[in-house]
Structures are given as structure tokens and as C-alpha cells.
Design a protein around this ligand. Structure first.
Ligand code: IMP
Length: 214
């Protein structure tokens, strides 16, 4: 079964392909320049992009996936959020570190709280005339340096929180069954990132919805 993934980001395609392959689906990249609405709501952005692209599908029976993500830093009131792409292309990962360094605390526990953040992803799948929507969140913190060459985007400055036995994210500083031991997403493999990933969580909601509509 082929699923078109509308994105220009090859890193996202790699993650989605790896995940959907386990469910017998082949992911193909679909290039389409959608206009992004002015809103701070990821879900509104995702649905708008999906609606703009549906009529351009090669075959009306094809499935179309759109997924929009962002990095939300607690101490910056959720910035860069829906502006993540623009911020990455302008001030970059180093710019985010500079902003957070101004909030630095000498107390290591307080410092790690000041750096708490999360990745959020909203995925929408168009299939058989219906739309399935799912959100995924990954809690973590912003590292002090840019570390690692794996992944893409903000991966080299994001350290996920540990996971409990059920795979749920714990709070910053809590020790769990699964941990990167302080490594950023840029320092771990794609397989390991999938354990924590906001994208994988959003996509697993899509698979659940898909199996419901058959
Ligand atoms: P998009 O609009 O969903 O493509 O993502 C917004 C920005 O967030 C882009 O610059 C991405 O590189 C970045 N981003 C999205 N997901 C991730 C991720 O899983 N890791 C690191 N950066 C991400």
C-alpha cells in the first residue's frame, strides 16, 4: 500500500518510512508547496496543508499524509513553536542556545527546568474520503551545546526525558527504564529516536485510526 507523505524534509520521510514499513506500507515523498496559514495552532496548519493538497493527488484513491512539527521551549512561552522552521533557518540551533544562556541558573536542577521543552507533531492522513488526525509530544530539555550529526533540525540540541516502563515520557530529571543518558537526538540512531519521538507517537495514532476505518 502506498502512502504519499507531503514534505520537503528527507529526515521526516526516513522516520515515517521506517515506522510505516513495520505496518506493510510504503511511504513516498510528495512535493507540494502549500501556503501556511497565520496561526499558532499546529493542527490548523496541518489540516490546511492537507486540504490544499488533496485535489493534486496523482490518483484520488491514494492516501496522503501531512505532518507538521515544532519545538516548544517552556521558558520562551512555547517559542519557536509554529515558527520553528523560520527560526531554524535564521538564528538556528546556536541562536536558541544563546537565548537560553541568558536565563542560566547556577543551580543544576533549576537550570535543567529552565531549559525544559517539548517537540510536538500533528499528523493528518487523508484516506478513502476521510481524515484521521493525531498528535504526538516528546518532552525533554535543550542541551548546552550543539551535539551530534544524526537526525535533522533541532535534534542536536534536544535531550529527551527518560521513559517509564510503558514508554511514557517522565518529568525532567526523573530516572526511567529507557534513557539516552543525556545524549541529544543528534547523538542517537534513528531506531533509538523512534522510542521517544513525537512523530512516531503521532503516526501510531494515525495507524490506530487507519485500522478503525479499515
Ligand atoms: P515542519 O514545519 O514540521 O517541517 O518543522 C518545523 C521545523 O521544526 C523544521 O525546521 C524542522 O527541521 C524542525 N523539526 C521538526 N521535527 C523535528 C524533529 O523531529 N527533530 C528536529 N527538528 C524537527
Amino acid at each position: 500500500m502506498t502512502l504519499w507523505f507531503m514534505t520537503s524534509n528527507k529526515g521526516k520521510v526516513a522516520e515515517a518510512s521506517e515506522y510505516f514499513a513495520n505496518h506493510g506500507m510504503i511511504v513516498k515523498q510528495f512535493e507540494f508547496e502549500a501556503t501556511e496559514p497565520q496561526t499558532d495552532d499546529l493542527e490548523v496548519v496541518t489540516i490546511s496543508k492537507l486540504e490544499q493538497a488533496i485535489s493534486t493527488l496523482p490518483n484520488p484513491d491514494d492516501m496522503l499524509l501531512v505532518e507538521d512539527a515544532g519545538l516548544f521551549v517552556d521558558a520562551l512561552d512555547g517559542f519557536p513553536g509554529v515558527y520553528s522552521s523560520y527560526v531554524l533557518n535564521t538564528i538556528g540551533t546556536h541562536g536558541i542556545l544563546k537565548l537560553l544562556d541568558q536565563l542560566k541558573s547556577e543551580n543544576p536542577i533549576q537550570d535543567s527546568k529552565l531549559r525544559s521543552a517539548e517537540f510536538r507533531a500533528v499528523a493528518a492522513l487523508y484516506c478513502k474520503g476521510q481524515t484521521i488526525i493525531s498528535e504526538g509530544v516528546c518532552r525533554g530539555r535543550i542541551s548546552h551545546q550543539v551535539r551530534g550529526d544524526e537526525g535533522f533540525g533541532f535534534d542536536p540540541i534536544f535531550v529527551p526525558t527518560d521513559l517509564d516502563v510503558t514508554g511514557e515520557s517522565l518529568e525532567c530529571g526523573e530516572l526511567g527504564e529507557t534513557s539516552t543518558h543525556g545524549k541529544t537526538f543528534g547523538e542517537i540512531t534513528l531506531e533509538e529516536k523512534q522510542l521517544y519521538s513525537h512523530r512516531r507517537r503521532a503516526l501510531s495514532g494515525i495507524i490506530e485510526g487507519f485500522s478503525r476505518i479499515g
